[in-house]
Write a protein that binds this ligand. Structure first.
Ligand code: ISC
Length: 409
């Protein structure tokens, strides 16, 4: 395992990608911990073993990670039968939400299995490793307790933020809270991933260094000259006696939700536009998930030059789907009123390849898992019109995917 900056004087690490039959992705993960994954409806990447790792913190984290990855890939001996995004060398990425404290991580697996557009492949990096395959373990009883920001304190923080927006101090802020779950035995990451994938095929199911979740929001995807994003903001959730169609119609016509959404789309489009020769925004429409429905817009652009995905990520993160408007004011309010360390929740999560292509989601609907413990997160976008009780219910609905996965529902 490499933790130091990559050096070209090391012997060249062998990277071999070969075509294989598609035998599924998540089911191949051999061990209860250390899973690496980015999978949506059967396509994507999984990885295991660790050929190299890079950890960094601070405001420079995107640039430092980008530099490290360029140096690392420059020193590889690559033979790739496919030459598609995600074949060849890959690093799984999970970056901290905030400049501090925050710990960001890139993990280069020893083995990557990929499926994309009818192609399936396996990449070995270095020796490739051959770990013992262990059966998937179901969690025992799970008990919940307060995290760093309990629900009652969250409601008060929302109330305080709304007062500030009504006083004109800022337009939008996203506040989150956490919840701790403890099982009787260490959690098997594969059980959680399988549950999330089964219930949320519309979402990108991910695992990087113990951060596990199923996000419906794509921060950025770069495939050669094309970059796209799926921006979400503005939410409703199932209410007794209200049909899905009625919920969707109410969401689409809600001024409060459209305002929240508009800030998020604008923040992404304005920060991505300088890198693009063309850009279009399509939306909003309604994305329906089992636990919530969101206003959703797709942004697509053509890049000029070839900025890497991490370089683009540095410019657009955090959008107003997880930060707020104006960005700097919102981040200061989050630090003050939320007062907890978000860690990698709401940060970019996904993968990058040797050409600078890849996919970064917004790390939502997730938990940081360590041994028997999972720390779950959920947040809500707030504008002047927001109601604290309703935001608490929304955050509860957003935590359901991970709770269901933990409880094997
Ligand atoms: C911050 C979260 O969701 C964001 C993404 C979609 C909709 C959101 C909302 O309507 O508040 C949030 O902006 C979260 O799930 O923790």
């Amino acid at each position: 395992m490499t933790t130091a900056p990559a050096s070209r004087t090391r012997p060249r690490l062998r990277v071999r990608t070969r075509r294989v039959a598609d035998t599924g992705l998540l089911g191949r993960l051999p061990a209860p911990t250390g899973a690496l994954a980015w999978v949506r409806d059967g396509s994507g990447l999984v990885g295991w073993g660790e050929a190299a790792r890079f950890e960094v913190s601070g405001p420079d984290r995107f640039a430092a990670a980008d530099r490290w990855w360029r140096e690392f890939t420059a020193g590889l001996d690559v033979a790739d039968e496919l030459g598609v995004p995600g074949s060849g060398p890959v690093a799984f990425v999970s970056l901290a939400f905030a400049d501090r404290p925050g710990r960001s991580v890139l993990v280069v697996p020893e083995v990557v299995a990929g499926v994309r557009n009818g192609d399936a492949w396996v990449t070995t990096i270095g020796t490739g490793g051959s770990p013992e395959v262990r059966p998937v373990r179901r969690p025992s009883t799970v008990r919940y307790s307060d995290g760093q920001l309990p629900v009652t304190a969250y409601r008060e923080a929302v109330r305080a933020a709304v007062a500030r927006m009504r006083a004109g101090e800022l337009d939008k802020v996203v506040l989150a809270h956490d919840l701790v779950a403890v099982a009787e035995a260490p959690l098997d990451h594969r059980f959680l991933l399988a549950g999330l994938a089964r219930r949320y095929p519309e979402c990108w199911v991910y695992a990087v260094d113990g951060l596990i979740g199923a996000t419906p929001e794509l921060l950025l995807r770069r495939s050669g000259p094309v970059v796209d994003s799926r921006v979400l903001a503005g939410t409703t959730w199932p209410h007794d006696g209200v049909s899905d169609d009625e919920l969707a119609a109410t969401l689409l016509s809600s001024g409060k939700n459209r305002e929240e959404h508009e800030y998020a789309v604008r923040s992404l489009a304005e920060t991505l536009r300088p890198f693009c020769t063309t850009m279009s925004v399509d939306g909003p429409s309604v994305l329906r998930l089992p636990n919530v429905s969101h206003l959703s817009s797709d942004v697509i652009g053509t890049l000029h030059g070839s900025p890497s995905l991490l370089r683009l990520g540095a410019a657009v993160h955090p959008t107003a789907a997880v930060g707020g408007t104006p960005r700097a004011d919102a981040l200061a309010v989050i630090e003050e009123l939320e007062g907890m360390d978000r860690g990698r929740y709401a940060g970019p999560v996904g993968w990058i390849d040797g050409n600078g292509d890849g996919e970064l989601g917004v790390a939502l609907r997730c938990a940081q898992v360590e041994g028997r413990t999972a720390r779950l997160f959920a947040g809500c976008g707030l504008v002047a019109e927001s109601d604290p009780d309703s935001e608490v219910r929304e955050a509860h609905a957003k935590m359901l995917p991970f709770r269901e996965a933990l409880e094997g529902r």
